[in-house]
Design a protein around this ligand. Sequence first.
Ligand code: NDP
Ligand code: A1CAB
Length: 267
Amino acid sequence: MKIGFIGAGNMGRAIANGLVAKGVCKADALQCISASGKGSAIMAEQTGARIAASKKELIEQSDVVVLAFKPQHLETITDEEAKAATGKLVVSVLAGRTLASMKAVFPEASNLVRVMPNTPSQIGKGVSTYCFEQTPSDSQQAEVNELLASLGTAYEVAEDQLHVATVINGCGPAFYFRIGQLISEAADARGLDKDLALKLAAETGIGSLELMKASKRDPKDLIDEVVSPNGVTHALLTSLDRQGFPKIIDQSMQDAVDRSIELSQSK
Ligand SMILES: NC(=O)C1=CN([C@@H]2O[C@H](COP(=O)(O)OP(=O)(O)OC[C@H]3O[C@@H](n4cnc5c(N)ncnc54)[C@H](OP(=O)(O)O)[C@@H]3O)[C@@H](O)[C@H]2O)C=CC1
Ligand SMILES: O=C(O)[C@@H]1CCC=N1
């Protein structure tokens, strides 16, 4: 499978690194191009991908074209470039950009896939959500399965659910990193070594979330196993709730969903 990346920043490189690491794609089957050449030079160095001379050339020489630039740049694809995608599978990771807006730019593509991946894909621990524009053929489904499996796990969702899914799995890594950052800063301020605090936070996060996933138990039951009556965890959770933590999670998800909807309505 020959794959071409238009846009080679954080997400494009996370995907390309995942593909090469899992052997889905040999380096000589990968091509990339970016705006200034900065991202493509890094991707080429990390993966061995060839830097294409133009977007048109990259599209012509790829079986699958991955759009990995900023959502606002979708309409910079020219008619000539779009024509080169006739009969090809076009995969977009552009947050908020709908299948309809992709179809308007790539009317002759064989099929379109809207994917929301995440940055842990760079170590094969990503999770993606996705939807097809048309019911995929067996070979299109197989290609997308292979591509997404190289990044981690993947779940098909209805397009109208992607706004919420984006906040959970696309933005989610930043949420957990922010928690890790704040915990380590708070620990440091109280005399615990910051690096040790980060390790404790990361390993506690990994263990707790693995337990939540493996046990399939209600998070509330898992919380009850930790809380001792009037103990330390009780003090922690009561303080979080008193300070509005549930409301903060709910409102921040709404603000992010609103931004995703705004992007889907913009040109
Ligand atoms: N980062 C993340 O966690 C996630 C990002 N996404 C989506 O991935 C996409 C890329 O995000 P991210 O990788 O973080 O962004 P970056 O800013 O890291 O990378 C953007 C890339 O696009 C290139 N570029 C800019 N304009 C154009 C253009 N007109 N044509 C071709 N290439 C262009 C840039 O070129 P150059 O390198 O030369 O400057 C750069 O390589 C976004 O649409 C985002 O919504 C989706 C899920 C998660
Ligand atoms: O911040 C963004 O818009 C993209 C989508 C999810 C992660 N990064």
